[in-house]
Ligand binder design. Sequence first.
Ligand code: HEM
Length: 524
Amino acid sequence: MKDKNEAANHHDDDTLTNRQGHPVTDNQNVRTVGNRGPTTLENYDFLEKISHFDRERIPERVVHARGAGAHGYFEAYGTVGDEPASTYTRAKLFQEKGKRTPVFVRFSSVIHGGNSPETLRDPRGFAIKFYTEDGNWDLVGNNLKIFFIRDPLKFPDLVHAFKPDPVTNLQDGERIFDFVSQSPEATHMVTFLFSPWGIPANYRYMQGSGVNTYKWVNKEGKGVLVKYHWEPKQGIRNLTQQEAENIQAKNFNHATQDLYEAIDEGDYPEWELFVQILTDDDHPELDYDPLDPTKLWYKEDVTWQPVGKMVLNKNPEDYFAEVEQAAFGTGVLVDGLDFSDDKLLQGRTFSYSDTQRYRVGSNYLQLPINSPKKHVSTNQRAGQMNYYVDKGDNQNPHVNYEPSIIGGLKEAQQDGKDHTPYVEGDVKREAIDRQHNFKQAGETYRRFSEFERSELINNLVNALKPCRQDIQEQMVDHFKKADPDYGRRVAEGLKKKEDNSDESHRNPIGATESESAVRQAEAE
Ligand code: HEM
């Protein structure tokens, strides 16, 4: 073994240093007066180490805190059905067959904290960052194809109702159904969430969807409405409540583990990307608004067209640097992709970068995981944790403004015509027409297999039975409006369980009867 002085003199690659590059010769003992203390204040190495440790956490994501990520690539087919992709979009990543674009994907659950079980009934996040030659494109989606609400003003209330009670810090079915019963547009999403589709088996076996309606724009500036869908080549698997609880009893990280190990073993997961395309108008022939995120565009109405595939083939090297600090947002589009007028999408677009400036810091886009894999040239300098000067190769370093005749950056040439949709209307607060809050929920219920229906009823009854009667009645009324059989079965299930009505309502959503029985047995 080397003695201390010898080690200090040898600056090998594996020599431990502090963050100033000073070799650390003793990492076991703080500096003290005598060997029993007290410690001394000038103990720089210790203060450096402990103060960094004290700052090792950044705020969790306010939603989607629990996640796993991986790197890979997207490979374009170059076509949309029988047409070249350029018919609909000029986005470069879709144009040529076989063209590969690097991606980073983060999967997540929504409601609970950073280390919460991955078996919980919850939508799953499916966010992709495409590092394209035109800069980054983020497609921030979920596994389920629809959402609870259609107005972004309601998002903080929705999340508060699903998050733990601010007093007890326990998730509470009564708070959830209190909100949902007063938000009839959530009936369709609740129908998926309480069915086996509410607990995907893991991340590799789930679908993904952009949920919101976006636009594609071609060289002529013509826009079409587009929805995105990811289909796992591994197949789709969901868990029953009971199966999820069995897994959770032994492993609350099963989805992260599954993804990491599959990639580690070279069993790379793949998804095929499909789009649905509609002309850019209101579509009065449909009984829903194509911008309404609580609605499906049925396959038989709008065909699914394959446009490429994604392969995940590399695990992160550092979870925090890549997965935790990754910042996705719906505003991050490239030329040829655009927003639709979907209000929820527009509300989201403010929220993501706003929270990331707070969660990661104002220069979050300089971090390697978030930075485009191409040249970045801006006049935005300085700010907290700035570590390089953004400047073009030929830029005069003094000119951090534009326009200028002495140097500096120049505006890019527009590639293709601008998309300039015409909009007019009174400025007002008003819900959309064609809300039809229950119709597709009923259709989804009828399209489920009998197994899915009975799981749905069972999970809903378990979650609703500890709730106040007026909340139960309102929910049954919504389910009846969706489909009389749906409402009747939930009502009958609740009636059968009336004897247990004194149970605590502070159960996590979907907990099975066996769990309640254990609690009751403990109370006796
Ligand atoms: C994460 C807001 C609706 C998918 C987040 C975050 C916020 C947020 C603030 C945390 C971001 C971060 O800390 O980096 C909103 C608002 C919504 C909304 C205001 C509605 C008005 C949706 C919808 C979807 C969705 C409809 C699905 C299409 C996601 C995903 C993440 C996320 C996947 C995690 C991204 C990641 O892995 O880092 N959302 N969200 N959100 N949201 Fe939303």
